[in-house]
Every structure is written in C-alpha cells, then in structure tokens.
Design a protein around this ligand. Sequence first.
Ligand SMILES: [Zn+2]
Length: 401
Amino acid sequence: MTVPSNDAPTGGSPQYDLLLKGGTLLDPGQGINDRRDVAFKDGLVAQVAPRIDPSSATTSLDVTGKLVTPGLIDIHGHFYHGGLDNATDADEVCLPAGVTTGIDGGSAGWANYRAMRDYVFPSRKTRLLAFLHIGAIGLALNPVVGGELQDVRYVDPDRTADTIKDNPGFLLGVKVRMFVNSMPPWEAHRVLKQAREAADKAGLSLMVHVSGTPIPLPDILEVLGPGDIATHIFNGRAENILDKRDKVRPEVRDAAGRGVVMDVAHAGVHCDAAVARAALEQGLFPTTISTDIHVAPPERIVYRQNDLVSKFHAMGMPLEDAVAASTIRPAKVLGMAGEIGSLAPGMAGDAAVFDQREGRFVWHDMAGHNVDGSLRLDTHLTIRSGRVVYRDGLLLPEGDC
Ligand SMILES: [Zn+2]
C-alpha cells in the first residue's frame, strides 16, 4: 500500500520531495541489491541509504517488499506517435512498464524528424530520444511501398550526419534496417556502407536491424565495432546467429567479443525463443533488452519491457543481469551513464517499483514457442524526474502523487 506521510516537519520545507521507503533496491550500476531507501529532490536522486527518516520528505511511499530499480531504458521502440502509422504513444506503453527512457529506433529520417523533436516527444512524460534513420523519411512510407529504401535516392549520408550533429543529445546515432524488403537486394551492401559512413561522420553509433537480412549476417557484423548495435539479435529467420547445428556462429561471437551490442528488440516477430535459449545456453547473453514496441496487428504478440525482463529471466538470465540489460547497459551504450540507468545521488530521478509476482507464467513468441517462468515483474510505480507518473494501472497527471 502507498501511504502518504503526514509527519513532514512543520516550519521550513522538507529536505526531500519524495521518498521510496522499505524496498529492495536492485541497481546493477551501483552494484546494489539490498534494502535501501531512495530520496528524490528537484527531479534528481538526492540520497540512497539503508534508512532515511520519512519526516524528511514531503511524500513518503511505503514500498516494503517491492523491487526498486532505476527507470528502465528501452533502447529500441517506435514512439513517433502520429508521424508513423504504427508508432505508439510512449506514455501508454513505457510508463506502465517502468520505462522512463524510450529510444526511437529510426521511425524518422532527416526530412521528417522535426515534428518528433518539437511536438511529439516534448508532449510526453517519458524521456524520448532517437536514432535517425538513414532514409530521408524513416519508416513513414512503409505501409505504401513496403520498404523504406526501395528508392535509394532517400539515402544521404551527409545530410543524415549533419542532422545528427545539429541535434546533440537528442539524435544518438544512425539506424538502418538490413531487411529483405527494405531495399533492392542488390543495393544492400552499398546502403550498409552509406549508413556506416553517416554514423562515422556523426561520430556516433550505428544500429542495424539484422532480422531477415538480404545479405549474409557476417557481411553486416564485419562493419560493426564497439558500441554499434545489432538489433533483433535472436530472430529466427534465415541468416540468424546460429549455424545449422544450432551453435552460435563464430562471427557473432567475434562481434560480441569486440563490444558490438547484442540487442533483443523483441517485437514478437523478431525474437525466437528457441534461438534465444540456444544462445543463452552457449553463454551468449543479450547486452540490452528492448521491445521494438509498435502498434501491432491483433494476432502479433508484442511485450513491454517489464515482461521482457521477466521472460529473459525465465529463459535463464539472472534477474540482476536482465535489469542491467534494461538500465545501466543501455545507458552506457547511449553515452548517458552519468545521467540515467542508475540511482546514484545526482542522477535523474527516474525509478521503477515492481511487485515480484510468483506463480506460473507463460510467455509466447510468433514461432509458437512457450517460455515458462515463475516470476513476473508487475509495475507498481513509475517515477520520472522525482515524481510519480504511473501507479498500479493508472497514468497520473503531472504532479499528482
Ligand atoms: Zn524497430
């Protein structure tokens, strides 16, 4: 139960705005998995300690028995709501999942990103940033032409790089989809090279869709270096990460070994549980867990971030590792580890509080596999900039807590 504190000291304002009291803090970025109280002030984390006096905060919430984590980071979703046919309303899909930072995976390109930057993203409580698509208009035309680079005149590495350089801290890298329908197959190597060129010119990372590729996977991986992101890493299509004997391909191990980010981007259709299980059994864990969340056709199973943490835990990832893959690791990949992904004092006041539900849970994929597990993280509270923005099934208006 949440209990507003009535014993704030009179005379002078309390030291903290909000206090989460009695929870277990799981913060891999700080190496903490223990009982801690967390206090927020002026939108930031102010203190983390085994005991903080509830009278020192304007509002103290009792989260005894619950799991407190840094606000989750979804490094690949689609949030350009209204700018793209199947982009989600971030606050409706992120905040109920404990996600406080959503990264758009290339919904827009240099010619159509401005409304995303100026109107759509600032109107949401979720912190929203983006990878810029190498194609001028991102994914906007896909419902019409079925592939964003069927006309490769849309690819302009210089303009893409210049746009990213003009938007530091908002545009975080370049996105390209190496998907069989995205471009004429005979242009695939050239487009990949151009996306690499744009990322290099911008001095940032390249995020590459590697599901249903028009060229061999090793040809893609060889252009990726430390910090670049291979997204949809556990897809089950041809040219996936396993060889014919279901062993992780050497090129994939090499890429992981040199620091290429192995990102989930589940999407329902891009994460085959049999591939994921085989990889985990062979020691290849995802660097980052992400949703690729979008407005899906009704038959498609798309999970939110809290469910994917639970699902990967059910497949054998220690909970601490699955939380790290949704907090500090994506923060590092984005170059934002000094700001988000951990609840160290001075960092953004973004947190999530989960009920750890025990029972029998079954997650699915679009290949027909079931994943059975016994623990599910259910979002109890989401805190953004030191304020409660979601509570047990309720999106809260700003300031209400
Ligand atoms: Zn995507």
